[in-house]
Design a binder for this molecule. Structure first.
Ligand code: UD1
Length: 427
């Protein structure tokens, strides 16, 4: 298993580029199921979850060519024939977003079999709302041998009010509705930029969608969708992670190729902490040289509020801020797994229920730490950038799920970080 070795203390200086958003790319790849034509996606990030999605689509009969290294990270997908509309357990267990194929598969083939996702390290993540919506659209759902099966001759438009805001649930049902008979009205939808990105792609394929990016989406079903060329949005969470990296290291970092509009809540919070930000059209310059960081509270909420996917990274910053920061996690249960590792590095953090109280500033010291999930791993990398000595991060496959070559990007702006295949001599 790969590890990162990070020596802290260097301020990050220069320009760091943001890749395409993994969480946009995953639903957009799933949307290719909706047409027999070729779909071309640009700015697909080179991360493990995308490789998993490729395997998933190929296992169903799709042809996928991940064009890394080529201009624009261009990927082509063609689902001319979907001979096996099944999302197998071996794939679903490593990536819960596999449930995104449910809606498009039923819409296109009339049948989908998707393995039940099972437990997840950041809490119970059910897909009941995806299923409820499909049922309202006339699908018959059954369960056997650990698999869910959805069948429908043709889905029918429905009025769906989400009990709870769900990002992939909104995306899944949006895809299903594009080819349903009649109109679908979805309320209490997720408003995340990834939903808007997917809707833009679907509209390019001939779908009739109004209101994506608001809480109410109206879809008029069409008989057929066609191929499209679509460019994936920049990754707002990767960009936010780099903003914290610039701030925590006391650097002067230009975070380039991002969309600052998608980062308003993060920018506002970092400014409250005393971080200097110069916001351009597609870049943000972050500076904290000499300036002290101040504590500020955050509460994670759905977009446009402070994202749960930035909570762990923000916590690393809070350990370096003067004063007490209260961090409340409202989206997922059990999303504080980075706390024990940050504490081992010297952080003063107390957790009670969904709230963590961070007292700062505490000097951090290097340690051997374990990555537990994607964003927790990012938080440990950030902490390691300011820790005294050499931190060894184990299980970095978690970070490889969603960050494109993070160690190379950080090294390019002055961080001392390297990947080791097997530093302890055991796999
Ligand atoms: C997506 C993102 C993830 C992010 C999360 C919240 C992708 C691939 N992943 O995950 O990075 O952290 O949004 O912004 O885009 N829920 C139910 N029933 C359902 C679905 C969800 O109860 O059927 C609950 C979940 O347990 C959770 C909340 O709703 O408490 C939000 O989850 P959801 O928005 O669905 O997260 P994901 O789409 O899985």
């Amino acid at each position: 298993m790969d590890k990162f070795v990070v020596r802290g203390g260097n301020p990050l200086l220069g320009t760091i580029k943001v890749s395409g958003a993994k969480n946009s790319a995953l639903p957009c790849m799933a949307a290719a199921i909706l047409t027999a034509d070729e779909v071309v996606l640009e700015n697909i990030p080179q991360v493990r979850d995308i490789e998993t999605e490729r395997k998933l689509l190929e296992s169903m009969g799709a042809q996928v060519e991940l064009g890394y290294g080529r201009a624009q990270h261009r990927t082509t997908i063609q689902c001319a024939i979907l001979s096996d509309p099944v999302a197998k357990y071996e794939i679903v267990k490593t990536m819960r977003a596999s449930s995104l194929v449910l809606g498009p598969l039923v819409a296109r083939t009339g049948m989908a079999r998707v393995a039940l996702p099972g437990g997840c390290s950041i809490g119970d993540r059910p897909i009941d709302l995806h299923l409820k919506g499909l049922e309202l659209m006339g699908a018959k759902i059954t369960q056997d041998h650990g698999y869910l099966q959805a069948t429908a001759d043709r889905l029918k438009g429905a009025h769906i009010v989400f009990d709870k805001i769900t990002v992939t649930g909104t995306e899944d049902l949006l895809m299903a509705a594009t080819m349903a008979e009649g109109e679908t009205l979805m309320e209490n939808c997720a408003q995340e930029p990834e939903v808007t990105d997917l809707a833009a792609m679907l509209i390019g394929m001939g779908a009739k969608i109004e209101g994506a990016g608001t809480s109410t989406i109206r879809v008029t079903g069409v008989d057929k969708l066609h191929g499209v060329r679509h460019r994936i949005n920049p990754d707002r969470i990767e960009a936010g992670t780099f903003l914290v990296a610039g701030a925590i290291s006391g650097g002067d970092l230009n975070v380039d190729c991002c969309n600052p509009e998608h980062l308003a809540a993060v920018i506002q919070k970092l400014e409250e902490c005393g971080v200097r930000m110069d916001v351009g059209k597609e870049n943000i310059r972050v500076r904290s040289e000499g300036g002290k960081l101040r504590a500020a509270d955050i509460t994670t909420v759905e977009y446009p509020g402070f994202p749960t996917d930035m909570q762990a990274q923000y916590m690393a910053l809070a350990t370096q801020s003067e004063g007490t920061s209260t961090i409340t996690e409202n989206i997922f249960e059990n999303r504080f797994m980075h706390v024990s590792e940050l504490s081992r590095m010297g952080a003063d953090i107390k957790v009670q229920g969904r709230t963590a109280t961070v007292r700062g500033r505490t000097p951090l010291s290097s340690a051997a730490v374990m990555c537990s999930d994607l964003r927790a791993s990012a938080s440990l990398v950030l902490a390691a950038l300011v820790a005294d000595g050499e931190t060894i991060l184990d299980r970095v496959y978690h970070i490889d799920r969603g960050y494109e070559h993070i160690e190379e990007k950080l090294r390019g702006v002055g961080a001392q970080i390297r990947r080791m295949g097997d530093v302890f001599g055991k796999k």
